[in-house]
Design a protein around this ligand. Structure first.
Ligand SMILES: [Zn+2]
Length: 409
């Protein structure tokens, strides 16, 4: 069994290493991105095998700016991907077009030349062909037919035609090309893979399955496997179902990418701090002056701003003191409950907070984030903490993958 590689799709995901968690201030001389740290810089061991960067994220699309500032974009091309990301050469780098960002358009908005230029100028090791996403997927109860079927076939044709041109143009370029297979059922995915193999592709990315269920992905992979040539390696684009990766790998999947562990930490409200055992829910501690919900409550006069700020500070001091062992759990919960009463009109989450404070999972996590910031990793409170929690989840996800890979070797 060859190693299954995990690519992390970067979307300007870095943190300020000088952020002070007690005073909540940044170093005033910090230059964003240049002085910040990516996950591969923050951890003392890898949390992914490579990064995936989309052209749409760097370059923007249709006159709309991407996530990069003009200066960052210029530096990205001047320095190349490895230097810009301060990424050791042992990591792989995969470029793609960001097909989600133009999925509503009739055709992809980039040309093959533009894509090739993006990949070669940036110095990627792998480049994914320009594609057009198919969103339909047949189920036994819901067949794709009529106009929708025509649209699915049209998009499949576009993707395959572009893949052929992309491969022909790639002969003198320095990255490994990936053709993209799209489909609306297992049979049509297999047809795409068959066509890509015929063109000469050895690496094929399976696209459009980010929201699919595990059994649907599995069914596609089984069909593809029937026509897959022994040397053809598959990449799964944007997959949430990390716990099925080993099973997927038995059908030729050698790599995948996913933002899921990071996004769970950043955006999710529930079970957003992962461990090798059970997952925990973070402790809500919204900022009165920065959190949208809080600001609205203040604006509408539902809560008193000064009282809220006092309670917020009381909670923050209490969790810090609890982590240092100077106050009891009951004291912290008392403060958290008083604060929650003013911002949460729904069912109380105090039991979930009790659970995480009882088990103190951050104390048992050897990752650099938990070791460095302690209890702050389980506070749901602004990007400095939430993104680090996402990074911690990346660490756990990668460790789980490595453990599973070891077991089957
Ligand atoms: Zn950790």
């Amino acid at each position: 069994m060859s190693k299954v590689k995990f690519f992390f799709p970067d979307s300007h995901d870095f943190v300020d290493p000088t952020f002070d968690f007690e005073t909540e201030t940044n170093n005033e001389h910090r230059v964003i991105q240049r002085d910040d740290k990516y996950a591969h810089e923050l951890f003392s061991k890898p949390v992914y095998d490579g990064i995936l960067v989309s052209k749409a994220v760097v370059d923007g699309l249709n006159g709309v700016k991407g996530r990069y500032s003009v200066a960052q974009r210029q530096r990205f091309f001047r320095e190349g991907i490895y230097k810009f990301f301060r990424l050791p050469k042992s990591y792989e780098t995969m470029g793609d077009c960001g097909a989600f960002s133009y999925s509503d358009e009739y055709e992809p908005l980039y040309t093959i030349d533009e894509v090739n230029e993006f990949y070669t100028n940036s110095g990627f090791t792998h480049g994914i062909s320009l594609d057009h996403i198919i969103f339909d997927f047949e189920t036994p109860k819901k067949k794709v037919s009529g106009e929708r079927l025509i649209e699915c076939k049209r998009r499949q044709d576009i993707t395959l035609t572009l893949a052929e041109t992309f491969l022909k143009s790639n002969k003198d370029l320095n990255f490994t090309p990936y053709g993209v297979a799209h489909g609306w059922n297992p049979e049509s995915y297999a047809e795409s893979v068959k066509a890509l193999q015929k063109m000469g592709y050895k690496r094929i990315a399976i696209g459009g399955m980010a929201y699919s269920r595990s059994h649907e992905i599995l069914s596609v992979l089984k069909h593809v496997n029937e026509i897959r040539q022994p040397g053809t390696q598959l990449h799964l684009l944007g997959i949430n179902r990390l716990n099925h990766i080993i099973e997927f790998s038995t059908f030729g999947v050698t790599s995948f990418d996913s933002t899921s562990p990071l996004m769970k930490g950043l955006k999710d409200d529930k079970l957003n701090y992962h461990t090798h055992g059970e997952d925990y829910t973070s402790i809500g501690l919204p900022q009165v002056d920065a959190n949208n919900t809080m600001r609205n409550l203040v604006k509408k006069g539902i809560i008193d701003q000064n009282k809220a700020i006092d309670l917020e500070r009381e909670c923050l001091n209490a969790v810090i003191a609890f982590d240092k062992g100077t106050i009891s759990k009951a004291n912290v919960l008392n403060s958290l409950l008083k604060y929650e009463n003013i911002y949460n009109s729904k069912a109380s989450r105090i039991e979930l907070m009790d659970k995480v404070l009882t088990d103190k999972p951050w104390k048992n996590c050897p990752c650099d984030v938990c070791q460095d910031i302690g209890i702050h990793v389980v506070l749901k409170r602004a990007a400095a903490r939430n993104r680090r929690r996402g990074f911690h989840n990346l660490y756990i996800a990668y460790e789980k993958l490595q453990r599973e890979l070891k077991q089957i070797q």
